[in-house]
Design a protein. Structure first.
Length: 1056
């Protein structure tokens, strides 16, 4: 890997990524290679929503008056104004809702205007973890929730009757009326909290605005905390239902990052650090487990008395507690510290079995119920002596249940508390360090909330900036560097978003480049620190996690680059851009936007275009081999930790096994261009995941499915190990069928049908046509059920149906049923023509000459026509298919992309398609006449050349047919088959078998030798020739294709 990034100022990436250096512009508005890209978040307001809505004129004028100050405000305020505009667009077009909706939107916009003009919502004054940002986010969430609720009433009701429309509009109006009251109360409380009140009010309540008054005394924050706390019970129950439907193992690395932040913060106060260490070392695992068991037993006993009244009044609290009196409370606010310290112990994440994992999660429900009940009974928990400990416990418990949006609320309150602590003593470095860790904790939580990732980036960048101001003298040697490196890894996580569209806009490319640069710098810092302390296992685990992050982000970087290159293909050609293509592609690029040639210029600003065109071919950050090396570092680290823990009989081995399995899976994916290494790594990952699945049934099915389907089956297929590929695909089908409870039944049926079709192709290579037809029959049943359930025939469904019919036709042909095969293939051709016509009205026109499947199907159609007697038409169609396959292969080579892979886009890899079609073409040419012998011989030689020196680039059935045809063409005086030549071709076929064959195959070879001797004696017997010819013509398999051509009677190729 290049040691430096391609920087304009010549600085190395170490300089850029150092958290104490400002050249990387820690604000997320620039790239180190382009330091002045201030258009990053200047997205503007969606004025198009109001352009065709005259009823929005008053609101439009109000927004225009706000616009000058909005650009200097935080990004969240701009997003909030945009959300109000979308709410107005949804409601103002309905006369019945117009008055109330206008009043509601005007009230909200007025509050935003007041915030922006007061300067409280500026980018500097309202970063994540401040009271202003917290209230703005709450209001933004309320507006979004109201919009989603109203959209259910208003969208799609137009086809209804007038009475039904009136009913839906009435329900929407009632919702807006209730929202008016709620928003009025919220905005009033928010104004009082932020000090946007009259002077008499400020004088009367001056104690609320003193510098030493904690923000938690304000009613707006207390109400938000109480509402969120009371809603946790239903949120946790929803998560429990999700876990039951979609079993998932906790993200150990994520929880480890949470614990890193909490271990390094003053969560332990009032205990001094020395006493914390003694408490930590003196606490035994058995005692902690006993405490957890007692908690759960008491909660389970109380849960039996649960009574849910569905007819509760709307004004009552949503809390449905199981505790009826304070005497039954098993939680005390002062116990928060003990609970948090217990959760920080490493063995709490080393789950032995499924029961222990469920117990760990149910503890979250038990604890939060008690807390919610106390709050419901009037306890002001936020204003106890330890609100930070309470919030830390709630963050841990909500993250256990994967309620990350709820955890983000508590994490932001956590940061607000530490901001207040630092404000009391601005020069206290210990409190600065606490705030650094609190901001890092907020960033870790927000990185799991896709809609709040930019806020997570801002939080970790503020933590990095604050960390650089700390006095390093009191710190231990290397502690500052280690913390800086850890924050760099956290920043990489915050910037990394796999769900972002990879091919459109500048943000994906921009973010992932910065994310990788940051993660790589963090890894190098941790490696340097670990080199000084090689026996520290916690540091080694941190190195492993950082290496995994760098490898995963690097993999995403390659995919983003490929997506950008595909989307800007026409720009590359027109502007003659020098673009280096990553050697990683796993699927065929999309066709260029032929009907949208100017989309880049129309949709992107000039600065965006320049950035993407300059960066989408820049691979100086690393190649796939570099990223695979990072994955190897992670694998080695977790393997060492797991092995050492196993030797010590420690439970920590259970902590590192899931991390090791994930690292192996990632490494197998990065080794995609090296099948031999990838197979070995994937097999090790499968073995480990199977071992984990014995303790946690169904929790690792998705990982095993990916390994079987996307890695092992594909690599074994491309290595011509068809027997193992068939077995692996059978396992993949089994695991895919288990997804019924996790995904829509029609989607699962579609995927299972696709896998069965693929396994049928593998069985065709093994000449097991009966098994292939059985798989295709099962796939057809699934496809028919899917079509009936979905009631539509979309492009994806049509593609899979085409493959199924074409492969079945090939199997029918190979088993001697040529007429039925011809009917099937003609139907496939008609479906392809219909697909072409339909695509003319769509964005991407379907061109069969660019589709390897369509080329293969056309070649099969021509070969079958030649078999039934229409040799000339068959020769023409197969020849055209060969020409198209050659052109498509040249296109792939010119673009330096990989050939199609069996389980990705094409049914069969393109080189194998060309080899197969060349053999078919050679056989037909040999039938036409002696004058085509030279051309036929050239096709055979080209096919054998494409097979490679070890014949691994060609399936065995096609290779055997090519060798038989070559032997036949070498005898210029005998064009048709005879007994002797046929059996000699059989010997040539047997010699092409792989070295490792079963004893039955050896016996067959001996029988063939005996038959050769007998046939030599009866060489001139005409009846013997006829009998052998008849046997060969009826023989199933591709080798029988030549005999079918020889003994077919010419007849018009008309099949009704």
């Amino acid at each position: 890997m290049a040691a430096t990034a391609d920087l304009q100022d010549g600085s190395s990436f170490q300089d850029v990524d150092d958290t104490r250096d400002t050249s990387d512009a820690r604000s997320i508005s620039s790239d180190p290679d382009e330091p002045s890209l201030d258009w990053a978040y200047n997205v503007g307001l969606p004025w198009y929503l109001f352009n065709t809505l005259p009823e929005a004129a008053p609101l439009s004028e109000q927004v225009k008056q706000m616009q000058p100050v909005l650009h200097s405000s935080c990004v969240l305020l701009m997003d909030s104004v945009s959300e109000v505009m979308m709410l107005a667009r949804l409601t103002l077009e309905h006369k019945l809702l117009r008055r109330d909706a206008t009043a509601l939107c005007a009230r909200i916009l007025g509050f935003y205007d007041e915030l922006s003009r007061s300067g409280l919502a500026s980018a500097a004054a309202a970063p994540p973890g401040t009271v202003v940002h917290f209230l703005l986010k709450l209001l933004h969430s309320r507006v979004t929730a109201l919009e989603n609720c109203l959209s259910q009433y208003l969208q799609g009701f137009k086809p209804l009757t007038i009475a039904d429309r009136r009913l839906w509009l009435t329900l929407a109006r009632e919702q807006i009326t209730r929202a008016q009251t709620e928003f009025r109360i919220f905005i009033s409380e928010a104004r009082r909290t932020l000090g946007l009140v009259t002077k008499p009010h400020r004088v009367a309540f001056r104690y609320l605005y003193l510098p030493d008054t904690h923000p938690f005394v304000h009613s707006s924050l207390l109400t938000a905390f109480d509402d969120k706390l009371q809603s946790l019970d239903s949120a946790f129950r929803s998560s429990e239902a999700t876990f039951a439907r979609k079993p998932s193992f906790p993200d150990v690395a994520f929880h480890s990052r949470l614990l890193i932040c909490l271990r390094n913060i003053a969560i332990r106060r009032p205990y001094p650090p020395e006493e914390l260490v003694s408490r930590h070392e003196g606490s035994s695992s058995s005692t902690d487990e006993a405490n957890h068991d007692n908690e759960l037993e008491e909660d389970e006993r109380s849960a039996e008395d649960d009574v849910v009244d569905g007819a509760e009044d709307d004004n009552q609290s949503d809390f449905q507690g199981t505790v009826e009196s304070e005497d039954e409370i098993h939680f005390d606010p002062e116990d928060c510290l003990d609970y948090v310290l217990q959760e920080l112990l490493p063995h709490r994440l080393a789950f032995a079995n499924l029961e222990e994992l469920d117990r760990w999660r149910r503890l979250a429900l038990a604890r939060t119920r008690d807390i919610a009940f106390l709050q419901h009974r009037g306890w002001d928990l936020l204003n106890e002596s330890n609100p930070h400990q309470l919030l830390a416990m709630l963050i841990i418990e909500t993250c256990k249940m994967e309620c990350f949006d709820d955890a983000a609320i508590f994490a932001e309150l956590f940061v607000i508390h530490y901001r207040f602590q630092l404000a009391q003593e601005p020069g206290n470095d210990f409190k600065k360090g606490d705030l650094c860790m609190a901001l890092a904790l907020l960033s870790v939580v927000l990185s799991r909330c896709n809609s709040r990732r930019p806020e997570g980036v801002q939080a970790i960048e503020e933590a990095q900036s604050l960390l650089s101001t700390l006095d390093q003298a009191p710190l231990k040697e290397g502690q500052f560097e280690a913390m800086s490196a850890t924050f760099a890894v956290f920043r990489g996580h915050a910037l990394h978003n796999e769900n972002r569209n990879e091919g459109i806009g500048h943000r994906p490319l921009w973010d992932v480049r910065k994310a990788f640069r940051s993660a790589r710098a963090g890894l190098e810092g941790l490696q340097a620190f670990h080199a000084k302390h090689p026996t520290n296992k916690m540091l080694l685990a941190a190195v492993g996690r950082a290496a995994y992050s760098a490898a995963a982000i690097g993999l995403h970087l390659l995919r983003v680059i490929e997506g950008q290159q595909d989307a800007h293909k026409l720009c590359i050609e027109k502007l003659r851009l020098k673009v280096e293509r990553p050697l990683f592609r796993q699927q065929r690029p999309y066709p260029p936007f032929e009907f949208y040639e100017s989309w880049c210029a129309d949709s992107l600003e000039q600065a965006e275009q320049a950035y993407i065109h300059g960066k989408m071919g820049d691979l100086t950050l690393g190649s796939v081999d570099d990223f695979a090396q990072f994955a190897r570092i992670a694998v080695d680290a977790f393997r060492v930790l797991s092995t050492e823990a196993e030797e010590e009989s420690s439970s920590d081995t259970r902590l590192y096994e899931p991390l090791l399995a994930k690292a192996l899976l990632l490494r197998a994916e990065l080794l995609d261009l090296r099948p031999t290494e990838a197979i070995a790594v994937a097999e090790e990952a499968v073995e480990l995941y199977i071992r984990l699945s014995l303790r946690f049934p169904a929790h690792f099915d998705n990982a095993l499915l990916r390994l079987y389907r996307d890695h092992l089956a594909r690599h074994l297929y491309l290595q011509n190990d068809m027997v193992q590929a068939s077995s692996t695909l059978a396992l993949a089908i089994e695991f895919q069928a288990r997804q019924v409870g996790q995904h829509d039944a029609s989607v699962v049926a579609r995927d299972v049908a696709a896998l069965r079709t693929t396994r049928a192709v593998v069985c065709v290579h093994l000449e097991r046509y009966d098994v292939a037809l059985t798989e295709l029959s099962a796939a057809q049943t699934l496809v028919d059920g899917e079509r009936e359930e979905r009631r539509r025939f979309d492009a994806t469904h049509a593609k899979r149906t085409l493959r199924l019919h074409a492969v079945r036709a090939f199997c029918l042909w190979m088993t001697g049923q040529s007429q039925l095969a011809l009917v099937e293939l003609e139907d496939v051709g008609a479906l392809l023509e219909a697909r072409v016509e339909k695509s003319k009205t769509m964005r991407f026109e379907y061109v069969p000459a660019r589709d390897p499947d369509a080329i293969l199907f056309r070649g099969w159609l021509g070969a079958v026509r030649a078999v039934v007697g229409d040799v000339e038409q068959g020769k023409s169609e197969v020849g055209e298919a060969v020409r198209q396959a050659r052109e498509l292969g040249e296109l792939d080579l010119r673009e330096d992309v990989r050939a199609e892979l069996v389980l990705k886009e094409a049914l069969v890899p393109l080189p194998r398609i060309l080899t197969h079609l060349l053999v078919l073409h050679a056989g037909i040419l040999a039938q036409v006449g002696e004058e085509h012998k030279a051309e036929s011989t050239g096709c055979v030689e080209e096919a054998l050349a494409l097979s490679g020196e070890d014949f691994t680039a060609c399936d065995l059935s096609t290779l055997k047919t090519a060798l038989m045809l070559k032997r036949r063409l070498l005898k210029s005086d005998v064009l048709p088959f005879n007994e002797e030549e046929t059996e000699k071709g059989e010997e040539e076929r047997d010699q092409a078998e792989p070295a490792a064959k079963s004893d039955d195959d050896d016996d067959d070879d001996d029988d063939d030798d005996d038959d050769d001797d007998d046939d030599d004696d009866d060489d001139d017997d005409e009846d013997g020739d006829t009998a052998a010819a008849g046997t060969r013509a009826g023989r199933p398999g591709l080798q029988g294709f030549l005999a079918q051509l020889t003994f077919a009677r010419p007849s018009p190729a008309v099949v009704s």
